[in-house]
Design a protein around this ligand. Structure first.
Ligand code: SUG
Length: 455
């Protein structure tokens, strides 16, 4: 991809004017029909907890606790409200007719898994909502958002319509371009397979796109046991749509071996923030090449090296990595880029090998991680979603933030309104059959109109 000088000048000029930018976390909130449905093949937590009783109220309150804490540290937090469920439109599209309750009963009789799809609360994992390139990265100096099509799983593919409406309504402007999901052939799971590196949030960044297979090139190896969810072609399509230069992009293939070990998204096995990347040695098919390319491109941008932590099998097995979700921790640096905080799931604290690993990481002065904070997100974790899955990172300049709907930003007031809705409408315990009544449908409808009024 060639860059013309005009575009480059424009990009540099914009960077000078908008020298302040923030990473805004767009946080997901579980819905009142949060269930353990065992829907995601290759996601070991989801399949192993399928059918258990869920706790929607606790699920949502656990997430709010995390958001409140991040906000108290100075992190900019925005909320993506739960998507309305059940998604009856999907059942109508595939031929069911009648009132909502009649449709649900007919679908349940035909195939109970149809109900698992339409009641799914998987939208809470907003890291899968979209792929984002900030304006400092693109040739047209605009922020680009491409909604993920999530075509690997039907219960996730139904999210794209609402997500597109949400971003179009609350973020889209002359400088923030919201693209609809890619055609379904190009399988895309959003920012869970994408990490951006930079010196500070305002500077042009280096974007890492990770794929699990190629739809067009049979020679590219595939996992044997579990499905790969992100195609090389979807990454290429987004790189082009977002107007990124290849000298600031790195493409990496997930190691099929890790997909078969339960790494259905790359954010289950590596993560980064600013100039720092922590990854398991088995993350990529050619991890050494990926790391060298990242460092070479980062150095040519900033004349300084990136900082890497390679976690070896002897330090932590893939099994420990997947069961504890260490790599799905959020790494944040709300005040100082050299002082990063790991926001880890409490499962990391409960596994002594992982806990020791984190303690040593913090002691080691060669990396910027200075502190860890553990969160109980068990209701999300039982479906395979850790702290990082629950947020979508969007780097925005001060000017761009001004153009966004202010109602979506987290505040104490929004917190208490969300808490009230959750305490009022969310069941304490839930099994799918509990949802098949007019009372339950009425309760869900009231709950969603309360959310709609908020934003
Ligand atoms: O797509 N789980 C989600 C978890 C997504 C995690 N996100 C990131 N890694 N960024 C998924 O597999 C399980 C739903 C259920 O079984 O009820 C589910 O969809």
């Amino acid at each position: 991809m060639l860059v013309n000088d005009d575009a480059k000048n424009k990009r540099n000029a914009v960077n000078e004017v908008t020298s302040t930018a923030w990473e805004v976390n767009f946080e997901g909130v579980p819905g009142p029909s949060h269930l353990f449905s065992g829907l995601s093949k290759g996601n070991i937590a989801s399949t192993s907890h399928g059918g258990e009783v869920s706790h929607p109220r606790a699920a949502a309150l656990q997430c709010l606790e995390k958001i409140k804490f991040l906000s108290s540290l100075g992190s900019k937090e925005a909320i993506i409200v739960p998507q309305p469920r059940p998604d009856i439109s999907y059942l109508r599209e595939i031929g069911f007719e009648g009132s909502d309750l009649e449709i649900l009963n007919k679908a349940y009789k035909k195939d109970p898994s149809l109900l698992k799809i339409v009641f799914s609360s998987a939208f809470m994992w907003t890291a899968n909502a979209a792929m984002i390139s900030p304006s400092s990265d693109s040739r047209d100096a605009k922020c680009h958002i491409t909604v993920a099509n999530l075509t690997a799983n039907k219960h996730r593919a139904i999210e794209a319509k609402f997500t597109y409406r949400y971003f179009s309504k609350n973020l889209a402007s002359e400088n923030i371009i919201v693209n609809p999901a890619l055609e379904s052939r190009l399988m895309d799971e959003g920012a869970a397979n994408h990490t951006r590196f930079s010196k500070d949030y305002a500077s042009p960044g280096l974007e890492l796109f990770v794929y699990g297979y190629s739809s067009d090139n049979e020679a590219i190896s595939k996992p044997n046991k579990f499905p790969a969810r992100q195609s090389l072609e979807s990454c290429e399509n987004i790189i082009e749509k977002h107007q990124l230069d290849m000298d600031r992009v790195v493409l990496a293939q997930q190691n099929p071996k890790v997909i078969d070990a339960g790494v259905f998204h790359n954010d289950v096995i590596s993560t980064g923030n600013l100039n720092y990347f922590i990854y398991h040695e088995d993350s990529f098919l050619d991890s050494d090449r990926v790391i060298t390319e990242l460092n070479t491109k980062f150095t040519s941008l900033y004349s300084e090296n990136m900082i890497f932590t390679k976690v070896t099998n002897s330090e932590l097995s893939l099994e420990d990595a997947v069961s504890s979700y260490l790599f799905n921790s959020q790494i944040i640096s709300p005040t100082n880029p050299d002082e990063m905080i790991l926001i880890a799931p409490s499962e990391c604290q409960e596994n002594s090998r992982v806990k020791n690993y984190i303690e040593n990481l913090i002691k080691d002065t060669k990396n910027p991680v200075k502190e860890v904070k553990f969160f109980n997100l068990k209701e999300s974790m039982k479906n395979g979603g850790g702290p990082a899955c629950l947020r979508l990172r969007v780097v925005l300049t001060g000017e761009e933030i001004q153009t966004i709907n202010p109602k979506i930003f987290y505040s104490e007031e929004l917190h208490s309104k969300l808490e009230n809705i959750i305490n009022r409408y969310y069941p304490e315990k839930l099994m799918m059959q509990d949802l098949l009544s007019q009372d339950s449908l009425d309760n869900l409808a009231k709950c969603y109109s309360a959310f709609e009024e908020l934003i």
